[in-house]
Ligand binder design. Sequence first.
Ligand code: ATP
Ligand code: MG
Length: 216
Amino acid sequence: MLLAATKKNKTGSLNIGVMGGTFDPIHMGHLVTAEEARQQFDLDYVVFVPAGVPPHKEKEAISLPEHRYLMTSLAVMSNPSFFVSRVEIDQEAPTYTIDTVRHFSCGKEPQPEVFFITGADAILEIFTWKDYEELLRLCTFIAVSRPGYSLDHFHETMERTCPEMRHNVHLLEIPALAVSSTFIRERVTLSKTIKYLTPEPVEQYIKKHELYLTDR
Ligand code: ATP
Ligand code: MG
């Protein structure tokens, strides 16, 4: 992965956005989210990190990591501030957010500031994540509100379950895009069009490799 060192923050380090996901497949919701985060938080670049064997999705059938990596690469091709990392898909064992955040933040001088971009619903369960206290120290979270998600519920649950998160969790409202990978897979299975829900090269890739034709 070639990372361009462009502008830096006040401490002279880079601001890196890290967006983890299964990306099966990547879609416009992911891309709009990453772009909005890039601009609002003055990120130097955003790295998409397709999950290898997602700890929470082990039992479900998901597409091969290589398919998901290639689709993600095709989707970000036209944005010079977007990159894709193989750090998780090259691991055989399940990987955790803490490992990925350490990968991007530790051992570099000056230490980059990592902004981990994730769904607001997922962040409310952060205290179930591996080494979450260290995670809260190592990075800032950008919690993205998805369409239909109640922000009141978010604030109320955060205060009740993990008030210390208040300091490094920022909420980001995304223009409504009620698209999900599940929705896209279901549409492909039903032979419905997915045009404009995902970038065209991804749509072509899905067709060429006959992904999602059968129900899971
Ligand atoms: P699936 O339906 O398979 O769960 P997904 O669309 O939720 O897929 P993931 O790869 O699971 O996609 O999500 C990666 C990250 O992107 C998560 O943090 C998720 O909350 C966020 N995300 C997914 N879709 C959207 C969307 N439409 N708007 C904003 N964020 C999204
Ligand atoms: Mg999901």
